[in-house]
Ligand binder design. Structure first.
Ligand code: FNR
Length: 378
């Protein structure tokens, strides 16, 4: 209602509504290389399109005459209750998009009670982001460093700073083939934007040096130090388990056999994702991978999903196919680009309203009442 009422207030700032308009506005404001970094995907970007096409293959069949006067949008996940069925996906280097970066995002997320997942390659240090989130729930996303002591240090810091779960991103063992970034020669622009956690890490600084006067921040060697470790295997998960008591979720699972392995290795949750189509060109859409993974996991751990969520109906489709909650990526980053903290908050408000209204129009009054019977495959 608040959003519709806003139409009657002439002084209300007009921000975009549709995902497409947010994206267009962000495109108008950002430098080309920055916009391309966000919007782009791997290779021919077939997977970016696959992710959207997958949602169109499922159609909602609404039900009528159920009391939808009040709706329950809460989600229960890993011992916590969250007000909405979506979270903020980890996105690195946010100072490229807006000088306040992750701090602005954390404030907006906290206002809405939406959990934020903070990337290892955040522009701001995880402690500063946590403070900005003001007690609101947040998880920490780990890029597994080649040096185990640095990885252990990051885990310890996350725990101390009040993060309540560790998300290990598995689908980035190497830097992907991103043609827009290569065309724009983007790497030099990015260096120095994703090292907020590194320059504040005592172990990293002791080993590699964090002298602000040095040229470390702008060398290619440094880049090699901050992303994933391509050599890790399933057995290495025990290292993470030994170094944190927090729940562990694996992000980037697409194959049901990997979901089964995740269960064998005792993880606490799975995030079905293809990184927004940014890793393997031509890979399966995340939504298409979801049902087989749901079948393999048999409710043993919660399953989250991202890649292509743009509107309320998308969220309901993912939930109907068995996800407990979803993550959004580019939509909130476009909000950040257009209007900083206010823009992120508006994107979150709009998505929450869209989910609520669509749920009611489907004849449902709670998320727990959604299942496969809501959908028909086209
Ligand atoms: C990402 N993603 C990502 N994932 C991650 O685990 N760590 C990271 O640092 C990043 N960085 C990142 C930067 C940008 C610009 C984008 C767009 C994405 C992937 C992200 O968490 C998520 O999986 C996708 O963004 C979800 O897809 P949509 O919602 O963007 O389609």
């Amino acid at each position: 209602n608040q959003i519709y009422e806003g139409m009657f207030s002439p002084e209300q700032k007009r921000l975009p509504v549709s995902f497409e308009d947010w994206e267009k506005a962000a495109n108008n404001l950002l430098a080309k290389h920055s916009f391309d970094y966000v919007a782009g995907g791997a290779g021919s970007e077939e997977t970016v399109h696959n992710n959207r096409d997958a949602f169109k293959r499922w159609q909602i069949v609404p039900r009528m005459l159920n009391d939808v006067g009040s709706r329950d949008l809460r989600v229960h996940l890993l011992g916590h209750t969250f007000p909405h069925p979506f979270m903020l996906a980890p996105i690195g280097l946010q100072s490229i998009i807006h000088p306040d970066g992750e701090v602005a995002v954390a404030k907006a997320a906290a206002k809405m009670g939406v959990p934020m997942i903070v990337s290892t390659v955040s522009s701001k240090p995880m402690e500063e982001i946590s403070a900005a989130a003001d007690g609101s729930p947040k998880w920490y996303q780990l890029y597994w460093n080649e040096d185990p002591e640095i990885t252990a240090s990051f885990l310890k810091r996350a725990e101390r700073a009040g993060y309540t779960a560790i998300v290990i991103t598995l689908d980035a063992p190497v830097t992907p083939w991103k043609e827009r970034d290569l065309t724009n020669s983007y790497l030099p622009f990015m260096l120095g934007e994703g090292i907020g956690n590194y320059l504040t890490d005592p172990v990293f600084c002791k080993k590699l040096g964090c002298d602000p006067e040095s040229d470390m921040k702008t060398t290619i060697d440094y880049w090699g130090q901050i992303f994933g470790n391509p050599k890790v295997t399933w057995d290495n998960l025990s290292f993470i388990r030994e170094h944190t008591n927090l729940p562990i979720l694996l992000k980037g699972i697409l194959h049901p056999n990997d979901a089964k392995l995740a269960l064998e290795y005792g993880v606490d949750g799975i995030i079905v994702s293809n990184h927004g189509g940014r890793q393997v060109d031509g890979s399966v859409a995340a939504l298409d991978a979801l049902p087989e993974i749901v079948a393999a996991v048999q409710n043993k751990v919660p399953i989250l999903m991202d890649s292509g969520i743009r509107r309320g109906a998308d969220v309901l489709k993912a939930l109907a196919l068995g996800a407990t909650s979803v993550l959004i990526g580019r939509p909130y980053i476009y909000g950040l680009a257009v209007a900083g903290e206010e823009g992120v908050e508006q994107v979150l408000r709009q998505l929450a309203a869209d989910i609520d209204l669509t749920l009611a129009l489907c004849g449902k009054n709670s998320l727990s009442s959604i299942d496969r019977s809501l959908l028909r495959r086209k």
